[in-house]
Design a binder for this molecule. Structure first.
Ligand code: DX5
Ligand code: ZN
Length: 228
């Protein structure tokens, strides 16, 4: 288990002031900036592409955690790494050749994230777990910010933590969707390393206060260590 990392999802930011909002999140002490790329095909929403990521890259020194929610991701990996993605995530549901895609991300010089929808089983990860850099478990159905955390994903998170703890070099465990003050401490106790939060950081306008409260909740929580 690593120290908990907060990744601020700009999906809930004011896109008209994107650089300012990213810099406010950085000043508030988030660890990463999470960028949601949606194609209107894999998910029922459209967001942004490489030029906007390049603009965010110019606005912050923080690592960019890019979450691709697009069909045919194999056509676009290079563009996203060149635009500034430090971490690049693909969904297993659209990966014809998952292991190849993840290796290609690494060869391009980025860290590789494998992402699962809430209803996609952990068994789809079996072959890639020892080599991938991070596993992102979606805790809402992807496409929109501000949705409610799906409670049925709790056992999945705990089960994945057990699987990761059995590896010599475990990837990070990230969750995305409905993370907020009411559940972040319990998620940490369940063994989550990286917390994506959109509306819980950018909602209501008090970015500094929102980040401070999330951090306080994290500090109060202690992960339950697996038995030796
Ligand atoms: C949803 C996106 C999330 C979204 C999370 O498809 O992947 O990153 O921004 O938003 P909240 O934290 O508001 O649930
Ligand atoms: Zn996301």
């Amino acid at each position: 288990m690593t120290r908990p990392l907060l990744s601020a999802s700009i999906l809930s930011a004011d896109f008209g002031r994107l650089a300012d909002q990213v810099q406010a999140a950085e000043a508030a002490g988030v660890d990463w900036i999470h960028v949601d790329v949606m194609d209107g095909h894999f998910v029922p929403n459209l967001t942004l592409g490489p030029p906007v990521i390049a603009a965010i890259r110019r606005a912050t020194k923080l690592p960019l955690d890019v979450h691709l929610m697009i069909s045919n991701p194999e056509h676009y990996l290079k563009q996203y790494v060149e635009a500034g993605a430090d971490w690049l995530g693909v969904h297993v549901e659209v990966a014809w050749h998952l292991d190849r895609l993840l290796q290609q991300i690494k060869e391009l010089g980025a860290k590789a994230t494998v992402t699962l929808n809430p209803a996609t089983p952990l068994s789809s990860l079996e072959v890639v777990l020892p080599t991938v850099d991070m596993v992102l478990l979606m805790t809402v159905n992807p496409g929109f910010g501000g949705q409610e955390f799906i409670p049925a994903t709790w056992p999945k998170i705990r089960h994945l933590r057990q699987q990761l703890d059995a590896l010599p070099h475990p990837p990070l465990l990230q969750v995305d969707g409905g993370v907020n003050l009411s559940n972040i401490a319990a998620l940490r106790q369940a063994g989550v390393d990286v917390f994506v939060a959109g509306s819980a950081i950018f909602g209501g306008g008090d970015i500094a206060g929102n980040v401070r409260r999330l951090r306080e909740a994290l500090e109060k929580s202690r992960p339950i260590q697996p038995p030796a």
